[in-house]
Every structure is written in structure tokens, then in C-alpha cells.
Design a protein around this ligand. Structure first.
Ligand code: DAK
Length: 256
């Protein structure tokens, strides 16, 4: 059994940890396959309400494995295209939080951006340095970074290859929360647990509806939101959530 990623379940939250410290968690084919299949396994598990991806204190992921790619030809890269696997990964229904400490570079930054939120330690550094290697981002960096931080900063980062520190990343809208490095995992797991304990239909639909903002016009997105909003009144959890508020007690969601 490979140990390039470690995984465990704490209550109803799955924690997946990159574990290639000798290469700052660089993603080779083995890590990629292990990551994608582990996320798919947890996404299919009804008992898991949130997934957290983490690295080490020094590196979330320092990119795809450059040493594995260096001698590849166009055909070798083209034929081992894992695009549909990454599309499945990015379409994971269960909320995913990237807990980023240290380097999130190249493919590492792209994996963090495929998650629903990035919580980052005060040591985190983000970058798309592929230009320095004679290539460009290939797992969505040109698109997701641009949507997250806007054209000006995305162009700057992708064309100069410079890194962003965590304060700049938060100001620019890439990072949801900055947390001291020694509290990053604990705080991320707390937020994940909070999400996992809300009503699953409202969490999944809330995520889907936010993501709709990137795929539709404002008018269409708002219409979609309203349809989803009404549909949640067909759940027992809506009754429970609102009755619990009125009775000043904690809601007990049953995911029905
Ligand atoms: N790949 C392979 N090994 C890496 C690595 C990487 N991305 N990053 C670090 N390492 C290795 C180093 O080679 C070193 O190994 P040894 O020399 O000890 O054997 C070890 O990790 C420790 O790294 P350093 O000694 O360099 O540590 P420093 O603290 O001095 O520097 C650093 C840390 C993160 C600044 C530096 O390691 C660095 O610049 N790393 C490379 C960052 C980078 O360029 N990342 C982008 C990679 S390209 C695809 C789509 C997308 C992609 C690929 C395919 N398809 C559609 C097919 C993505 C491409 C990328 O991500």
C-alpha cells in the first residue's frame, strides 16, 4: 500500500495529507492517482461531510514532479492526459478545504484552487512558476487564478513566476482565512466539522449554487439560486433548522 498520501477519518471529516517530504510533496503519477482515488472514495461515502487536504509545514505541494516530466515528449504528455480524472476531482460534491502551509506552487496552487476554500498559514506562499521551466500552468491555473485574483495579478504571477505571500493572497481573494501555522490544521478541521454537521442537502446545494456563479450569467445564477432555495423547503432539515431557532435549541439535522 502506497504512503505518498495519508488519509484518516475524524468523525465525519476526511483528512488527506500529502506525504512526499523528500520532494516537498511534488505530485508524481503515483501521488496523483492516490489523491484522485482517495477523494473519489470519500466523496462517495455518505458519512463524510467535508474533506480537508493538507501538506507539511514547509510545503502543501511544490508542484508537479519536475524530475518525472523533464524527458517527456509531446506525445507522452498528450497520451497520458489525466484531464477527465482532474475534472472528476474538481467536480467533487463534498466540500473540500485546502489547508496550505509553506509552498503551494504550480500544480500545488492549482490543486488548492480546485478545492472550495483555501485556509492558509502565515507562512504560505502561492505561485505559478511554470514560466521559469519553459511551460505554463496546465491544471487550470490560468483560468482559476484569474477568476480568483483578477487579470492583473494573474498575469503578473503567471508571466513573472513570482510568489505571493499569504497577506497578498488573502487581499487578492485567493485565501479565505489566514491562521497561525501551529493552529492551521486544528482550525481547518474545526471549520470542516462545522460544515459536515450542517444539513447535507443545504451544504451540497450551497456549494453547487456558488459554483454556478462561474458558469452562468448573473440573472441565470440568481434564478438557479431561487429554485434551489425553494427546493430546500421540501426537506425535514429546513423544518428542524427553523423550529430549533424558534425554540432556542441546537438543530439536529438528519440529512432528510
Ligand atoms: N518536482 C520535483 N522535485 C521537487 C520539486 C518539484 N516540483 N520541488 C522541490 N523538489 C525537490 C528538490 O529537487 C529537492 O530535492 P533534492 O535535491 O533534495 O533531491 C527537494 O525537493 C527540496 O527542495 P529544495 O532543496 O529546492 O528546497 P528549497 O527550500 O531550497 O526550495 C522551492 C523550495 C519550493 C522554492 C524549490 O524547491 C522550487 O522552486 N521547487 C520547484 C517549484 C516549481 O517550479 N513548481 C512548479 C512545477 S511545474 C500537467 C499539468 C500541470 C502540471 C504538470 C502536468 N498536465 C496537464 C499533464 C504542473 C506543472 C508544475 O507544477
Amino acid at each position: 500500500m502506497s504512503d505518498v498520501i495519508l488519509s484518516e477519518v475524524r468523525d465525519n471529516v476526511a483528512l488527506i495529507t500529502f506525504n512526499r517530504p523528500e520532494a516537498l510533496n511534488a505530485i508524481n503519477l503515483e501521488v496523483m492517482d492516490a489523491l484522485i482515488s482517495t477523494v473519489a472514495k470519500y466523496d462517495a461515502d455518505k458519512n463524510i461531510g467535508c474533506i480537508v487536504l493538507a501538506g507539511s509545514e514547509k510545503a502543501f505541494v511544490a508542484g508537479a514532479d519536475i524530475k518525472e516530466m523533464v524527458d517527456k515528449s509531446y506525445m507522452e504528455m498528450f497520451l497520458v492526459d489525466k484531464q477527465s480524472d482532474w475534472e472528476k476531482f474538481a467536480a467533487t460534491r463534498t466540500p473540500m478545504i485546502a489547508a496550505v502551509s509553506g509552498y503551494a506552487l504550480g500544480g500545488g496552487c492549482e490543486i488548492a484552487m480546485m478545492c472550495d476554500m483555501i485556509f492558509a498559514s502565515d507562512t504560505a506562499k502561492f505561485g505559478q512558476p511554470e514560466i521559469k521551466l519553459g511551460v505554463i500552468p496546465g491544471w487550470g491555473g490560468t483560468q482559476r487564478l484569474t477568476r480568483a485574483v483578477g487579470k492583473a495579478k494573474a498575469m503578473d504571477m503567471i508571466l513573472t513566476g513570482r510568489m505571493m505571500d499569504v497577506d497578498e493572497a488573502e487581499r487578492a481573494g485567493l485565501v479565505a482565512r489566514i491562521i497561525p501555522a501551529d493552529k492551521l490544521l486544528e482550525e481547518t478541521m474545526k471549520a470542516a466539522s462545522k460544515i459536515a454537521n450542517y444539513s447535507t442537502p443545504s451544504v451540497l446545494l450551497g456549494k453547487e449554487t456558488v459554483n454556478r456563479a462561474f458558469e452562468s450569467s448573473l440573472a441565470e445564477g440568481i434564478k438557479f439560486e431561487r429554485r434551489v432555495f425553494y427546493s430546500l423547503f421540501a426537506t425535514n432539515d429546513q423544518k428542524e433548522g427553523m423550529e430549533a431557532f424558534a425554540a432556542k435549541r441546537k438543530a439536529q439535522f438528519k440529512n432528510r
